[in-house]
Write a protein that binds this ligand. Structure first.
Ligand code: MF3
Ligand code: CO
Ligand code: CO
Length: 274
């Protein structure tokens, strides 16, 4: 049985209890999330052949600093960068480095700003130059999978409804869903209860209530679902080296459905972002 507590009366650590946030707290979350979404919008013109993922990371750090926000990933469990940059067969947690992006690459950029204690966590896919049709299709399927998961969110629904919607759609498109990483409660903590699985069965898992805030962040592969983590302790790659894509939004459950806190101010969804 799952427990819920008003965020204001709970200690700020992950105890497995699900925090419920009020309207004023939703507004704090929206401000942090819109800063993250604005950063992801501003990265678009930077993602061209020859740019390094370290240069992207430098921008994320600087833009946050200019707006009074810190990247949540910086010094998080030993991680030393301001974002994650996951290229081609990297599933998630790719570490920015000095290797230039090349024509035909696809890259996920995942940013979490902390602003006034609120964590806005979002990621999108970017294309470098001209990409193959299969890569373009994977990106479209992954975005649609996220949005179908979000469409399930309302009070009384279950986390399993989200996972089922994502899995049914992605597998119907002959893609696979990564099982090793999940969405998560977010808000005053970066990673909080509950876990949001991107696969599963309807009616299973935690019941959703108005006031919950969490991420949905499916990782979808063109090949097999299995992943391995490289020796750096972070970089997760597909075992079959097939392409992987991911999209992530931070959302809040409302009385009638949900608020998507990290929507793009520019209206960007899938590339090309114009
Ligand atoms: N932003 C990622 C997420 O969506 C977490 C990255 S943790 C890091 O939850 F340490 F790898 F950066
Ligand atoms: Co997340
Ligand atoms: Co993220």
């Amino acid at each position: 049985m799952q427990n819920y507590i008003q965020a204001k009366s709970a200690p700020i650590k992950n105890t497995g209890i699900i925090r419920l946030y009020d309207q004023e707290e939703f507004e704090g979350m929206r401000r942090a999330s819109q800063l993250t979404a604005t950063c992801l919008d501003l990265l678009v013109p930077m993602i061209v052949p020859g740019v390094t993922t370290q240069e992207i990371d430098d921008f994320v750090f600087k833009f946050g600093k200019e707006h009074g926000a810190a990247p949540a990933t910086l010094n998080y469990r030993g991680y030393t960068k301001s974002c994650c940059t996951s290229v081609n067969h990297v599933v998630c947690h790719g570490i920015p480095n000095d290797k230039p992006l090349r024509d035909g690459d696809i890259v996920n950029i995942d940013v979490t700003y902390v602003l006034d204690g609120w964590h806005g966590d979002s990621s999108r896919m970017y294309t470098v130059g001209a990409i193959k049709r299969a890569a373009e299709r994977l990106i479209e399927v992954t975005y649609e999978a996220l949005m179908r998961g979000i469409a399930e969110v309302r009070p009384g629904a279950h986390t399993g409804d989200i996972g089922a919607a994502i899995q049914e759609y992605a597998e119907g498109e002959r893609c696979s869903v990564v099982r090793d990483f999940c969405g998560h409660g977010v808000g005053l903590l970066f990673h909080d209860a509950p876990n949001i699985l991107h696969f599963g069965r309807r009616g299973e898992g935690v019941e959703l209530r108005a006031g919950m805030i969490f991420t949905i962040e499916p990782m979808i592969n063109l090949g097999r679902p299995s992943v391995k983590v490289l020796n750096d302790g972070w970089t997760a790659v597909t075992r079959d080296r097939s392409l992987s894509a991911q999209y992530e939004h931070s959302i809040g459950v409302t009385e009638t459905g949900c608020d998507i806190f990290t929507l793009s101010p520019a209206g960007y969804t899938v590339p090309p972002y114009i």
